[in-house]
Write a protein that binds this ligand. Sequence first.
Ligand code: 13P
Ligand code: SF4
Length: 317
Amino acid sequence: PTTGADWAEQVHALARRRNAVVLAHNYQLPEIQDVAHHVGDSLALSRIAAAADADTIVFCGVHFMAETAKILAPEKTVLIPDAAAGCSLADSITADELRAWKAEHPGAVVVSYVNTTAAVKAETDVCCTSSNAVEVVESIPADKEILFLPDQFLGAHVRRVTGRDNIHVWAGECHVHAGINGAELTAKAEADPDAELFVHPECGCATSALYLATAGAVPAERVKILSTGGMLDAARETGAKSVLVATEVGMLHQLRRAAPEVDFRAVNERASCPYMKMITPEKLVRSLREGTDEVHVDPELAARGREAVQRMIAIGR
Ligand code: 13P
Ligand code: SF4
């Protein structure tokens, strides 16, 4: 069984045997979220990994998240139940492409979203997540040119909020969030005029959400551009009866747990991340039993990326 007390007891007993802590991202399958010691967004999980006193971190998420944990806690064993769980956004820029971009903009500060490989982090000045991207950019002197990568939608959001026009944005995207489009959001918002909108800044529809607010189609205070962790905080405080959620559908599980009285509905029900869903209960058990798959980051690359990741976890709440 992969639900209920037996499932939880099996996982927790195996974890105790290895002195392991099990972390799960908000997009994981519900049965993984329910059994993990901690569930959260990328920023919260990075902070937990950095502070963990367990010998082993089992990261139920995608590969860049486990790599980030290894960079922050190099002395620990970091496991991911399936090392093939990648990320289309992290794949949208290579270290070579970043080096070439930097050469075109000497002196610019490189801000990389945490959804990047360790090799890209090694070329980065400061990392951010969607929770603290605005604060990270605001921590950089306003007269400094910024290279923001790899997500174009998050980059556009940061430019809008900070009002800075010296931010160059890489044209990458997450195929899951890019697929949540403005037409779908507009149709759902029109059909449910009292609903609040929770929109992840990686979404293709983030601009349309703000357009709905400026056009008066949805009152501005009901349109919220939030990270997955921010959505959970907002869910606990919302007075709305229904909320339209524009992000990966795994998020609905935590939202419904946080506020069972609210009707949370996906803007796009097909927005499921195939990489996140590669982490299955069977693979989690195998990982805890057999120590698979161990995540290694080249120590020299890790040393070069560590400061950027440490700055990321120090900024924002
Ligand atoms: P957050 O949990 O930081 O909002 O991340 C979203 C995401 O796409 C991670 O893959
Ligand atoms: Fe990457 Fe998108 Fe999946 Fe997040 S949802 S892991 S950004 S592909």
